[in-house]
Design a protein around this ligand. Sequence first.
Ligand code: ATP
Ligand code: MG
Length: 167
Amino acid sequence: KRAFYIGRFQPFHLGHHSVITSIAEEVDELIIGIGSAQTSHEVNNPFTAGERVMMIRHALEDIDVHFYALPIDDTLQNPIWVSYVTSRTPPFDTVYTNNPLVIELFEETGVTVKQPPMYHRNEYSGTEIRRRMLEGEEWKHLVPDAVADVIEEINGVRRLRRVAGTD
Ligand code: ATP
Ligand code: MG
């Protein structure tokens, strides 16, 4: 059994980690789609696709699942998005997502969609973590240690603050 899980992972956090831990118990292989792969250096999308690949690879070292982390650029047209995704991924039978647009697009093509339970959504949220980084609040406890290390290596908080600024 092979499944697909998609997110922007800006950054990859402990909510994602929990979901993947439970999906890993149900499937043999997991394709992790890194969405909006072409965007980076923006206040809502600070990290590059390559940096997000690195976060996921290091964060999932402790999880017993074969996974493929694949960057997926945005398409300009939602109706072709599902066929675009499947043209770039190994075949899969189930999609795990809570994103309403992703649910709609896959269900329209007849793919089974499962909605994983939310883990502490108030704090384990990319939006909340980026807000904390900008405000100088604690955020490292909301991501796997390996992700905090990657963000430090790339000086990610400084980047986020700079791209949030104006001249
Ligand atoms: P952002 O606030 O930037 O949108 P996010 O936390 O929603 O970030 P995404 O990369 O957009 O993260 O989410 C990828 C997938 O993970 C989505 O299906 C989303 O619903 C799900 N997800 C996000 N946070 C959690 C969480 N705490 N528990 C379970 N699923 C989550
Ligand atoms: Mg989201």
